[in-house]
Design a protein around this ligand. Sequence first.
Ligand code: ADP
Length: 259
Amino acid sequence: MTLTVGIDIGSVSTKGVLFDGKQYEHRIIPTGWSPSQAGKDVLARLLEPQGLSPDNIDRIVGTGYGRIQEGMFDQTYSEITCHARGAHFLFPGAGGLIDIGGQDSKVISFGERGKVLDFVLNDKCAAGTGRFLQVTAQALGLEVSQLAELAEGAAPAAINSMCAVFAESEIIGLLAQGIPVEMIVSGLLHSIAKRITIMSGKIRFQDTIVFCGGVAQNTVLQDLIRLEIGCRLAVPSCPQAVGALGAAVLGHDQIGIPC
Ligand code: ADP
C-alpha cells in the first residue's frame, strides 16, 4: 500500500493528513511559536497510533506558510496548489473553492485534477479572515466556535470597520450603545460574506464551489455565502484539512498512482 502524508503548517493551526490513495485520517494542532515543531508533532500524532514511522511513508509533502522547514519534506507546494487538489479530490464536480484561514482568504478556480486556472488572494490585511473573527470574538468574551450559534436568525448590526484593529473598538462602541451581541456577530458575519463575494466576483465559476479553511466551520457564514454568491456551496466534513489533504494527494500524483 502506498502511503503519503500532507502537512499544512498554517498561521493558526497545523493540519496533517495520512492518505492511502482512497481513505484519509487527519489531525489538527495549534501551530504555536515553532512551525517546525508543530510539523513534527502533527506527523507523530498521525503515525504513532497506527504503529507507523516516517520510514513507512512514501512521500511527506508540505504546504502552508511554515512549509520552508529544512529536511522535513520530500516536496513542498503552495497552499493554492494544495487547496485546489484537495477540493477537487473531495468534490470532483466542483469548479472552484473559497478558503478562509487564519491570516488570509483566497478564491481559486480549478479544472481537471484540481489544476489551478485562476485565483485571487487577500494576504495583505486581516479583514475578512479568521484572525478578524478571533479578535472580535475575544472582544465579546466568546470563542470563535460560539459565533455561529449566537448569530443564527439575528438581524445584522451595521459594522463599518473591516479592519481587525478598528473592529474591536467599534464593537465596544456598539455594546455601549446597547446593540445586542447576536446582532453584532451577525453584522460581522454579513461583512465577511460580502467581502469574500466581492473577491469571488473576479473569478468565473462553473458548478459547485467548495468552502474550506477553519472559518468554513461557521454554519451561518456558509448560508450567507451561499445566498450572496448564488451557487452551490459544498462544505467538506473537515474544511480545515483540505490543504493538507491536497498535499497528500499530490504525493500520490508524484509517485504516479492515480487517485
Ligand atoms: P491557518 O491555515 O492560517 O492556520 P485555518 O484554516 O486553520 O488557518 O483557520 C484558522 C481560523 O479558523 C481561526 O483563525 C479561527 O478564526 C477559525 N476557526 C477555528 N475554529 C472555528 C470554528 N469552530 N468556527 C469558525 N471558525 C473557526
